[in-house]
Design a protein around this ligand. Sequence first.
Ligand SMILES: Nc1ncnc2c1ncn2[C@@H]1O[C@H](COP(=O)(O)OP(=O)(O)OP(=O)(O)O)[C@@H](O)[C@H]1O
Length: 621
Amino acid sequence: MVKVPDQLSLHWTNGGEFLIQANTQKRQKLQEDESSTAFEHVDAVAEGRQISVETVETKANSDVNRKRHGRGRGHSVSGRGRGSKTYDQARSQICPSTVTPSNGQLENSYNKDSRSKEHFRNDSRSSFEVYFLEEITSLRAKVAMLEEDLHKSRQDTSSYQNLCQQLEKELKELKDKEQQVNPKRTKVISDLLISVSKAERQEARMKVRQDSLRLGNVGVIRAGTVISETWEEGQALKDLNAHLRQLLETKEAVERQRKSLKKRQSDKGDGADAETGTQEEDILIQDEIYKSRLTSIKREEETILRERDRYELEKGRLIREMKRIRDEDGSRFNNFQVLNHRFALLNLLGKGGFSEVYKAYDLVEHRYVACKLHGLNAQWSEDKKQSYIRHAIREYNIHKTLVHRHIVRLWDIFEIDQNTFCTVLEYCSGKDLDAVLKATPVLPEREARIIIVQIFQGLVYLNKRTQKIIHYDLKPGNVLFDELGIAKVTDFGLSKIVEDDVGSQGMELTSQGAGTYWYLPPECFELSKIPLISSKVDVWSAGILFYQMLFGKRPFGHDQTQERILREDTIIKARKVEFPSRPSVSNEAKELIRRCLTYNQAERPDVLTIAQDPYLSYSKR
Ligand SMILES: Nc1ncnc2c1ncn2[C@@H]1O[C@H](COP(=O)(O)OP(=O)(O)OP(=O)(O)O)[C@@H](O)[C@H]1O
């Protein structure tokens, strides 16, 4: 008996099922008849073909799948489509002749119409052949397409490789070119910067000369063999002073006249005649004239005094600028050197105790920076030099880790020679707070508030790090402004890292005596034992700063020298802060200052606590 392959029924659903059933019934019938040779042959052929169909179909499917899962190029769809179409055609050619309403009917039809069997055999055979042929053609076409694809891909790969090589070559050429152009470009930028800086130097010197005529100049006086410098007032101040003197003389003259008028009035006594009455009225009128004159003199005096104050501020600025120019002229870095092949030094910004700060241009990052040149005195002992370097490295190590909007960034540090090294800082083109307060000693509360808020934000950052930092040297000169007016705290030369194991009272102050005394709290002046300090030092300093911005002076020892503050224990006695009646300042501001200037360190809030003060917050609650 010939076995019908299972696949047949799998593929030929619906119509095919009928066919299988028909064949099975046929076979049963033939077995019964034992005369089945012709049909068995047909069936065997049909079965054999069907197996082949299955094999081809499976292969075609796996081709399609491979295509689908593989590169997924467009041909796979059409290939499958074509195959399926052929397959469907084959089915449709086979099925109509074999499909009958029921098995019984099929048998009947088979028995009744042997011609239809023949017809079926012939139809099946030709359908399969057609199908195979079409399938083979389709597969060949697919293979051809795949080969074509492969060929194209190979071509693509090789052209991509060529392109890649070409781009690499171009990149190298560009890099080489850039390396050639770079020094030229750097030279052009440097030359431009130098020209601008030279023009600025010239302008600065010209302005100083012009202002000197108005505001004054440094003169030299000789006393025996001793030559010393003295300040000679400029014409504008001389004129103002002369005007003031003249007003004073006039005032004295009017007052003298008024006095004698009063005397005349009292000498006359209480006369009641008509003449006396007239004279008395004359005296009253005369007195009124003198009074009016005195009032106008006072007004003029006030105007001139205001003008003189303005001139004094300008004079202060002029003196600082003269000093800066003198320092620049005397500096060994004033000749536009490029440090570390990168930082083009421009003009001197200012000179500190042991350092010169230059405006510079970073030729790599293309931005302005401030180069602080720390000079070790050649006369110093090796020990002192080493201690200074240790100190500077310590400062650098603290400062370089600080990244905050209200802290000046430290970009770099390098050695220039045996006695000099340089720290590179974020450039702040605005004035420092010290210069601001010299020009405008009293700031409007609104301006002072936003400055102190920014300072506290910087301090909060220092106290939220794992390694907390006490700045220890907060003062107007250490608050800088960038061109947008953003305040930034700088100079970490005296700052302290609060170690993890420090007790609640704070850490030991090992550098007692350093710092600027107006801004330091009472605990820093403790002499009986080593003081313990914490972030509360900065809270006190910020309180002093805020007071100074609002009232134009420091609350404790404003007019005293550092030495006198120490000698007279000024800060140790600073138990309570007093506020002047003018200018008028809000109670909230005064309360914040009181909290910052709490005498007892234990009761004074620390940075994170005081930062919660509603006055330091701008959020709408
Ligand atoms: N990052 C900066 N950007 C712009 N100007 C700066 C910068 N750092 C310092 N300056 C300016 O340079 C000048 C000198 O600064 P420096 O810090 O050396 O002086 P100081 O604080 O007066 O002195 P010392 O550090 O010895 O107390 C000051 O006028 C300061 O405003």
